[in-house]
Design a protein around this ligand. Sequence first.
Ligand code: ASP
Length: 325
Amino acid sequence: MQPNPAPARPLPADNVTNGLYGQDILSVKQFTPAMLDYVFRVADEMNTLVERFGSADLLQGKIMANLFYEPSTRTSSSFMAAMQRLGGQVIPINGVTFSSVSKGESLADTVRTLECYADVIVLRHPEAGSVAEAAHWASKPVISAGDGVGEHPTQALLDAYTIRRELGQLEGLTVGMVGDLRFGRTVHSLTRLLLDRNVKFRFVSPRLLRMPEEIRDEVSQAGGEFTEHEDVAEVIGEVDVLYVTRVQKERFTDLTEYEKVNGAYTITPELLQEAKEEMVVMHPLPRVGEITYEVDEDPRAAYFRQMQNGVYIRMALLAAVLGKA
Ligand code: ASP
């Protein structure tokens, strides 16, 4: 029994934010196609807003706690930028070694503390399932910024948004995912988000880093098609999206295993000569050698635009969960 269960959330009955008001964002599975369209539409508006005015006062008076138990550059700073561009304030807690967590405070107590000060909590944690646990204890919305090898839902939303902006649609594409499909949470979330879009998945990885069985099963159960490869050259000519990932060194308990698979793939201009003219190369970043700098000059390299889109998606999500869209 929990000593002090969190009070019930407001019912997601609003039709202004498509049911997102007051909700946690823990998994892409909670997004219906209508919700996704809604978030993408608001993200387009946020893009226009930022380009024309820089900022707005939509979330003035609201406070976001940004609690990161793992390193982050893009996710952390884009959530902060999103909140601040909408006129809100941020409590940034990036170096948890300087907070009470380093004194042994439980996650439950930390989130129940932060919700006394903030209206929404953004949380990254190294253990899969921990963000859901935090959300269980909190009465304010908790947004996952990545939970270990589990999910990274806001990254998947910005990835799908980028694909739609770059290629005009999500339906019926051939999507190649390359690299660390075992530990890479971004590919887990993106695969799940694209399950009902008639996508052909091409999973390219060393055997040690295959897409987890659970997710392969989800693709099959959804009637989707996937094939597995060890050589990126086998798929480069057919993919509309080449989604490249870093080998997640921090997830290996045995670094000699990491050394065996690190550097397995490098995307170069020569390799991209074999790719379609209309396709995109994406990466959640950081890259540590998977894509050479020469590829940045290729108009198909979308990873910097992808990163920019993250701010618009996170602005849309913050406004929605705070009921202000
Ligand atoms: N930034 C992404 C993540 O947090 C990808 C990565 O770290 O490789 O999952």
